[in-house]
Design a protein around this ligand. Structure first.
Ligand code: PMV
Length: 282
């Protein structure tokens, strides 16, 4: 059985979503493909937290079931790798067992795997994005709402480098900011306005930048990523990290918003910074 699950980018609202604010999230055209192999290997070399084994267990696969995983998502970069691997493994194993799974159940089971990756603090935004796909407005504990945009948007995804901290650690850092209640409240307002604008096809560059600066104030963005975002903003782009962030080394992915990415690409090529384009919504 072959199962493909997409990765995701958080458009806005990360960290604040853990405390109940709204987040906007979209699946991307890269993801994880999983194939079940009978009698396959049960040692998954790079799987330090044991996500794959746990996902097989959750899907009630026995010792005879192994999986092969092909992923286009760099681990620990904010592209939803852990949720996508969890969901793809669970779905492939369930189909292999002749017990196909619906989205609601897949979301709930993926959440269990995701809690391993996020030290029990996941808001559920990643499992929601990768299981339901498309563009989603997500609030913890509420029904998942799919959004439609009048036009598709091209977004540049920049790889600022893998974070040395885990998502769980980054959530902890954000939660310890003495100003967190004010910052989360402000992020929540920006996200509400962004949702209203996206669904009518209006520009959101200024709001992307507002949210980006708030994440910097929250303390989850490395110096390098902060500097890069500032340069891109001066060129007229919207730039913010997407996901948990990182401080000591990379900050994971950064999304860049605008109509024409030619000048941004020259800057990134000159710095040997990797990026790719993706299309969201529609
Ligand atoms: O999966 P990441 O590392 O992109 O981060 C998820 C977003 C957070 O808001 C930081 C955590 C969560 O579960 O909502």
């Amino acid at each position: 059985m072959n199962s493909f699950i997409p990765g995701k980018i958080i458009i806005a609202g990360e960290h604040a979503v853990v405390e109940g604010e709204l987040a906007l999230v979209a699946s991307i055209d890269r993801g994880v493909r999983v194939r079940v192999v009978e009698g396959g290997q049960r040692e998954f070399g790079k799987d330090k937290k044991g996500l794959v084994g746990r996902a097989i267990e959750i899907a009630r696969g026995d010792e005879s079931i192994g999986v092969e995983i092909e992923s286009e998502l760099p681990v620990g970069s904010g592209l939803g790798s852990s949720a996508a691997v969890g969901a793809a493994v669970i779905r492939a194993v369930r189909e292999h067992l002749g017990k196909p799974i619906n989205k609601e159940e897949l979301f709930n089971l993926t959440m269990e795997v995701e809690q391993l990756a996020h030290n029990g603090k996941s808001s559920g935004v990643d499992p929601a994005a990768v299981v339901y796909g498309g563009l989603i407005a997500y609030r913890k504990g509420e029904e998942i709402k799919k959004l439609q945009m009048p036009r598709k948007r091209q977004v540049l995804i920049v790889l600022t480098g893998k974070a040395s901290e885990s998502t769980g650690e980054m959530i902890e850092i954000a939660a310890n900011n003495p100003e967190k209640e004010r910052i989360f409240g402000e992020i929540g307002q920006v996200v509400e306005e962004m949702r209203a604008r996206l669904v009518v096809g209006e520009e959101v560059i200024d709001l992307i930048n507002k949210n980006g600066v708030m994440l910097e104030e929250l303390g989850v963005v490395s110096e390098g990523a902060r500097g890069l975002a500032e340069e891109l903003r001066k060129m007229g782009y919207g730039a913010k990290i997407a996901g948990a962030g990182g401080i000591k080394s990379g900050a994971g992915v950064m999304t860049v918003w605008g109509e024409d990415f030619a000048r941004a690409k020259i800057l990134l090529d000159n710095r040997h910074i990797k990026y790719f384009e993706t299309i969201i919504g529609g």
